[in-house]
Design a protein around this ligand. Sequence first.
Ligand code: SF4
Length: 307
Amino acid sequence: MAGPDSRRAALRADCARCVGLCCVVPGFSASADFAISKSPGTPCRHLRTDFGCGIHDRLRAKGFPGCTVYDCFGAGQKVAQVTFGGTDWRDAPDVATQMFAVFPIMRRLHELLWFLSDAMALPGADDVRGDLAEAYDDTERLSRLDPDQLVRLDFTAHAGIVNALLDQASRLARAGSRHPDLDRRGADLVGRDLRGVDWSGAMLRGALLIGADLRRADLSGADVMGADFRGADLRGADLTGTIFLIQAQLDAAIGDATTRIDDTLQRPAHWSPTRDGSASRPQPVPSASRPRRSASRTDRTGRRRRG
Ligand code: SF4
């Protein structure tokens, strides 16, 4: 079993080894996240012939913040190089349909791998570490199936097993925290004033925190898998030890020098380097905004490294 660093390295997007799948496969509607509409399976008008993005350094300014917070978890290069052995879909239209069908499945498998890797590293999760490692190996094996097997895969059944394990790991890791029984899973907290809340160790999985004011909130050790932090104000908030927090969630939020995060995550470039957050920061997403990308909910999370 590989260590956490090598596991993570394999699950980071490597656009140079992909064929622009995230700019072709998902569809999206014109919204606060995307300046234009695009049908699934059609290349974005900004996709270059070398599969780079023609507006990579201006995505936010051009109205494409949704692209800056998308992460394939390394599924793109796996599909391009492993599943389809380096085939360029433009040269093989007969392959393109199958490749486009496989990509979302692979992305979901890789997302599970990412969270399993995170869970294995959680302090307090010793009782399930062996089961998590086994699930990781099973998921990795599934990701190497051939295209026909992948499109027939019962992903829901596999994800159910994995998610139950992730739940157990989270519960164990949060057991010693201040609020392990506080459950805001999937709560609609869009635009709410949550300044200074103490949700240390709480369950916030899938909570809608779009545009919420979380200044000085204590989210340390909370489970935030899939929580939507777009435009949330995290200035002065404590996110150290937060469980299942991914870079894309931070990238979608507002923060500054007083936002506390773990060293394994990067302080987003658009966060203010000062205390007051007066320097550049993204425009908060209107509170009425909802995901409009036609891929799955979690497809909105993650980071794009295209250029
Ligand atoms: S990253 Fe660029 S090419 Fe890809 S979908 Fe976004 S705007 Fe289009």
